[in-house]
Design a protein around this ligand. Structure first.
Ligand SMILES: Cc1cc2nc3c(=O)[nH]c(=O)nc-3n(C[C@H](O)[C@H](O)[C@H](O)COP(=O)(O)OP(=O)(O)OC[C@H]3O[C@@H](n4cnc5c(N)ncnc54)[C@H](O)[C@@H]3O)c2cc1C
Length: 303
């Protein structure tokens, strides 16, 4: 209740105040801020994934400016030879207003990434986007199998079916590159598991299916129980380090990140940046007030 109240009040507070909460999780407003964070992580042996903040855009001018920023990201990370992938959210490019135009914009980004040997991950948004994003991925995968990946969410009851469908769809020799996460949006119990134990059970079931079927698995979690369960599966199937990686969000559970890295597992850190950090932070807090307690801890105990 307290988390909910604070989350609803936050958008009314000055941005400077909200920044105190948010700065641990966001590299900064500018591309150069994100690049210097990526360089730091690369120097310490971590891979990165860069993400420009913003979602649900409808104005063409705003959408085009995001597309140009992504083209620029590719230029800059390639010129510094950074060990990073690029993550994007299709609703930033108008997915829900004009999915054909959205496809063309994302196609342009991935085409450029492919010429520079970079990889673009399509983040998974709420369930109104799932079919659209899966279909978009399938089309892009046909053309750029090495350069595009998708995210699936273990809380969605449909995910085992989607994994099976994608496996059958892939008749190339290139493994499908899927990030598996729990899912961040609030979804109804008709379509999504609600309980922690159920979501975790399905996460490990989905991951096992992916290992059994030659997917490249990006295991995105900060949940110790899931990390331990994933490591057991990695050992059980003797999965090579070239076929999986762990992924964590910038600023979240750094001690856990270090301990996973110290055990020799590859890790990628997801690094968001951009001017939209304020609406992103406040919207996320309203969507999921549970993360408020993490932010409060970050403010009072971590600086
Ligand atoms: C790299 C990456 C990419 C993701 N991409 C997507 C996506 O495309 N679509 C999507 O729906 N979801 C995405 N997510 C979010 C994901 O679905 C979960 O909502 C989120 O990771 C929390 O789940 P968890 O597995 O970490 O477990 P939880 O049980 O939620 O968290 C485990 C522990 O991690 C810590 N923790 C978790 N989240 C935070 C936080 N925000 N701040 C501080 N501490 C925290 C807490 O200590 C918590 O107890 C992504 C997550 C990661 C790591």
């Amino acid at each position: 209740m307290l988390n909910k109240t604070i989350a609803s009040v936050l958008p009314l507070l000055p941005a400077k105040f909200v920044w105190v909460f948010s700065k641990r999780y966001i590299a900064g407003e500018k591309l150069e801020d994100a690049i210097s964070v990526i360089k730091e992580f690369n120097r310490s042996g971590y891979r990165a994934s860069i993400d420009l903040l913003g979602e649900h855009f409808a104005l063409t001018e705003q959408i085009n400016s995001c597309k140009n920023e992504y083209l620029n990201i590719i230029e800059e990370v390639a010129s510094d030879n950074l060990d990073t992938t690029i993550s994007l959210k299709p609703t930033m490019f108008g997915l829900l207003t004009d999915s054909s135009k959205c496809y063309l914009r994302i196609h342009e980004i991935i085409k450029k990434a492919a010429t520079r040997n970079y990889f673009v991950r399509i983040d998974m948004e709420d369930s109104t986007c799932t079919d659209l994003e899966i279909n978009m991925f399938k089309k892009l995968f046909n053309e750029f199998p090495q350069n595009v990946g998708l995210v699936l969410q273990s809380y969605l009851k449909r995910t085992p079916g989607d994994l099976k469908m994608l496996r059958e769809y892939n008749n190339s020799r290139i493994p499908l590159n899927i990030r598996l996460c729990k899912g961040i949006y609030i979804e109804s119990e008709d379509i999504a598991f609600q309980k922690h134990d159920e979501i975790n059970y399905h996460f490990l079931k989905d991951l096992e299916y992916m290992f059994q079927n030659e997917f490249y698995c990006a295991i995105a979690t900060h949940d110790r129980e899931l990390i331990d369960g994933s490591v057991m599966l990695i050992d059980k199937y003797n999965v090579s380090k070239s076929k999986y990686e762990f992924q964590m969000l910038y600023g979240v559970t750094p001690e856990l990140r270090t301990s996973v890295a110290d055990s020799g597992h590859p890790i990628r850190v997801y690094i968001p940046y951009g001017k939209n950090w304020f609406s992103y932070s406040t919207r996320r807090l309203k969507e999921n007030p549970r993360i408020m307690s993490h932010l409060i801890k970050a403010l009072f105990f971590k600086g």
